[in-house]
Design a protein around this ligand. Structure first.
Ligand code: SF4
Ligand code: SF4
Length: 345
């Protein structure tokens, strides 16, 4: 069933939904942007549909709802360990997000469904897909097939004076008053991107081509450009490296907290630079990220790429390193490598 609601009616639905759901969407964090006097668009809980930033692409992904940037796993006190992985809020979670992000979450499910912290939260999640009729200049979802999806419970279309909601999952019928206007509509997804991506043609068994890839001059281009800030990893929904840290409290030496924090291959910690320079470290890191996104999937039965083409890594890079350009250059180089190796590709 599809409904066309006034903003007030939509917020009434939201209020009732919030009894059973925490509702997350991209929202504006004023003055918290990458540069001075700019805002940051990231995921946060909403209290009105007018909080949802649907006209601008978010720099942050919904990853932080399921794997917060910094979260406690356990506390140890006088030798006794207390798990803190349970979700203290018993409500379910409804995420308002775009098609590529739904694909991104299903990608990380494969790596994290055995992680108790993640699974407890993920089991509570339902998706409300947001329309994305026109893509942004750095998106390349169409090349990766992540521009459309059927994997959602609710769909939403924003207009200046109204909000249209598509209800696919019967569980949500009860939140809609029978008096609300019904109007059929289709969720519009992006059908074309300005940026096109050529997926690198590199098979897992192909050690010969891989050895050539490692030697490419292409990676050295980033020596003087990448500053190892890790912003690309932080913005990426499918970058899920985490590091565990033990925190001791100075006012209670018997208390130790185990926390997990986001990490990333592009985040060059000063300890990694002890006997070397940033320029020596970053080429291999960039190569690792590209291969992790476009080579690792071939290790599994699925041929899905890990990257979902959201373009956030490019949007946030302070050195204007464009990820799709790097991947396209690798694809071009691979064509040359296959020719050099006498392959008839
Ligand atoms: S690598 Fe870049 S484009 Fe691909 S999913 Fe991550 S942030 Fe999006
Ligand atoms: S955001 Fe750009 S400069 Fe920072 S680590 Fe990533 S590629 Fe390097």
């Amino acid at each position: 069933m599809d409904y066309k609601l006034s903003l007030e009616q939509a917020d009434n639905v939201l209020k009732i939904l919030q009894e059973n759901y925490r509702v997350y969407a991209p929202i504006t964090f004023k003055g918290e942007g990458l540069y001075s006097y700019t805002d940051s668009i990231r995921y946060g809980e909403i209290n009105s549909f007018s909080d949802v930033e649907y006209k601008i692409k978010s720099q942050g992904s919904p990853k932080e709802i399921l794997l917060p940037i910094n979260h406690a796993l356990s506390i140890e006190s006088n030798g006794q360990k207390i798990d803190t992985i349970k979700d203290i809020d018993n409500r379910n979670i409804l995420i308002i997000l775009r098609s590529c992000d739904i694909h991104g979450i299903t990608r990380i499910d494969k790596a994290f469904m055995n992680d108790e912290f993640y699974r407890i939260r993920r089991d509570k999640v339902k998706f409300m897909v947001m329309e994305c009729p026109k893509s942004w200049d750095t998106c390349f979802c169409v090349s990766l097939g992540t521009n459309t999806t059927d994997d959602y419970s609710l769909g939403i279309k924003f207009a200046t004076e109204s909000i249209s909601i598509k209800v696919k999952d019967n569980e949500f019928d009860k939140y809609f008053n029978t008096g609300y206007a019904q109007e059929n509509f289709e969720i519009r997804f992006a059908t074309e991107n300005e940026t096109k991506l050529n997926i690198p043609d590199l098979e897992i068994w192909d050690k010969e081509a891989m050895d050539e890839v490692k030697k490419l001059e292409l990676w050295n281009e980033y020596k003087s450009r990448c500053i190892g800030c890790g912003s690309c990893n932080m913005a990426c929904l499918t970058c899920t490296c985490l590091s565990k840290t033990k925190v001791n409290y100075s006012d209670n030496s018997n208390l130790t907290e185990t926390r997990r924090v986001w990490s990333g291959c592009q985040l060059v910690k000063s300890s990694a630079l002890k006997n070397t320079s940033m320029a020596e470290v970053v080429p291999a890191r960039i190569r690792q990220r590209v291969l992790d996104k476009f080579y690792r999937p071939k290790l599994s039965a699925s041929n899905e790429q890990v990257c979902v083409g959201c373009g956030r890594c490019t949007d946030v890079c302070p050195r204007f390193i464009n990820f799709s350009t790097t991947v396209n250059k690798l694809s071009e180089e691979l064509d040359n490598i296959h020719t050099k190796l006498g392959r008839d590709k």
